[in-house]
Design a binder for this molecule. Sequence first.
Ligand code: DX5
Ligand code: ZN
Length: 220
Amino acid sequence: MVEVSASILSVKPKEESKTFFALEKAKTDYFHIDVMDGKFVSKDTYQKMFEYASYIKRISNTPLDVHLMVEDVAEAIDEFSAVEPNIITFHYEACKSEEDVEKYIKLIKSYNCKVGISVKPETKVEEIYKFLPFIHTVLIMTVEPGKGGQTFLEDMVEKIANLKKYIDENNLEIDIEVDGGINLRTAPEVKKAGANILVAGTAILKAVDYKVIIDELKLD
Ligand code: DX5
Ligand code: ZN
């Protein structure tokens, strides 16, 4: 089954609550929270995303999918655990050693949260294979992390397919989430390659009817 995680990175100021309610009503499976620290990527959305996530948590039961694009992963895990996310994903590139990766996996689990590891477009997905038995989701970046509204990188389709093949061959149960430039044109190819959680920001927020686009993104 394919699920949709609506990125609220580019929600218009003053339209936040209206937009969050409309997304919930349109049955997004998750709210995707893009946490940026101004260091791992140049933008800083840290406070804003904490406020958005806290607000959504107070009024909605739709799960939160927190995507940490930060250097200080442990600190962000500790802080965002307060909004009780369903999943927290950190970047493999933010880890200095294998011990770091292990430490963050365990820390996220200590908050009863699912664990995701994300890889940037230039990072080989094979580098994280050894951690797959211990995590729930791999988030394949299909654009450079840092901002919404970018163009999907076609080379990532093969990366998704290779990961899917490895997961199946090794009988692992792991979600493949894709993030960046997902729309009605690119969704079919990522789903065919094996992705089952689609993050979409611009495509959903620009649509006239959130329900229609979310349903179409999910179609098999
Ligand atoms: C990029 C973020 C994405 C992004 C998705 O760094 O991780 O979640 O906001 O937005 P669109 O769908 O506009 O590419
Ligand atoms: Zn994201």
